[in-house]
Design a protein around this ligand. Structure first.
Ligand code: NAD
Length: 264
């Protein structure tokens, strides 16, 4: 435990279970002294999120489907009814119909394109609008993205396009909110086995490929991501905004298969 986040309060959005990237970040924020509220999607997840929140000393849980603007309004009203201000928000949310997270991007349907964009990209804008009002003294907003925004990763398809929109949103939001000392950054995490990732076709192959071909020759953990989350939510990153920061064992710098990589 250190005191890096002592006296700071924030909202964690997107905790589903103890494999979630949000959990890796929440744990480190809590260990550093932060007070946390959690938003989750629907009753089914409440049962999983409640004991995890309790582990970190929080009973502040808010039901919120980010594709519903009135649900977002009432979530932030609930947040404000208990806390006047917040210091950070972690946005760890993404969704697409898994039938389109395999096969070809060219086959993406309009309905799923719009839904994926809404939940995985626009929601950061909608959250930032509401969070900024609770950050009169500045703050930090952090989202989660993936390398499939930059390069084609088979099966990632429409989610890659949504992540590209998300990363560009980070830059525009950083510019708009910078004068209010609100920083907006993204963590581009390497592949990690989570509920959301299990919807991506051939995810085990992606995991193996990254393990064998990244400079560190290993996959990252939610603890690796948690360290970056703590950095971005704390004053350690006080001069950093609009950034997409890779926590991927260095995979994004590699241009071809490693000589020592075994066949998969
Ligand atoms: P996860 O399944 O643990 O978390 C995804 C969360 O999104 C869940 O809590 C789910 O309830 C929430 N969500 C989906 N639709 C929602 C909606 N309409 N309203 C509110 N919440 C909604 O999986 P994760 O891998 O921890 O995903 C968190 C973030 O990290 C996502 O943005 C994901 O794209 C990103 N990411 C994951 C990986 C990976 O390999 N796991 C890599 C890079 C980035």
């Amino acid at each position: 435990m250190n005191d890096l986040m002592k006296g700071k309060r924030g909202l964690i959005m997107g905790l589903a279970n103890n494999k979630s990237l949000a959990w890796g970040i929440a744990k480190q924020l809590s260990e550093a002294g932060a007070e946390l509220a959690f938003s989750y999607q629907g009753d089914a997840l409440a049962k999983r999120v409640r004991p995890l929140a309790a582990e970190l000393g929080s009973d502040f849980l808010i039901d919120c489907d980010v594709s519903d603007m009135s649900a977002l309004d009432s979530a932030f009203e609930t947040l404000q009814s208990r806390w006047d201000t917040i210091d950070f928000v972690v946005h760890a949310i993404g969704f697409s119909d898994k039938s389109e997270l395999r096969g070809k991007y060219v086959d993406t349907s309009l309905d799923n394109f719009l839904m994926t964009m809404n939940i995985s990209a626009y929601s950061l804008v909608a959250v930032s609008q509401r969070a900024a009002r609770m950050m009169p003294n500045g703050g930090s907003i952090v989202t989660l993205t993936y390398y499939g925004a930059e390069k084609v990763i088979p099966h990632y398809n429409v989610m890659g396009v949504a992540k590209a929109a998300l990363e560009t949103s980070v830059q525009y939001l950083a510019n708009d909110l910078g004068p209010d000392n609100i920083r907006v950054n993204a963590i581009s995490a390497g592949p990690i086995k989570t509920l959301a990732a299990s919807g991506i076709g051939d995810f085990r192959y992606i995991l193996k490929w990254n393990e064998y071909n990244s400079p560190l020759r290993r996959n990252v953990t939610i603890e690796d991501v948690g360290g970056a989350g703590l950095y971005f939510c704390s004053e350690l990153s006080s001069g950093v905004t609009g950034e997409t920061h890779h926590v991927d064992s260095g995979y994004h710098v590699v241009g071809m298969k490693q000589e020592d990589a075994p066949d998969i």
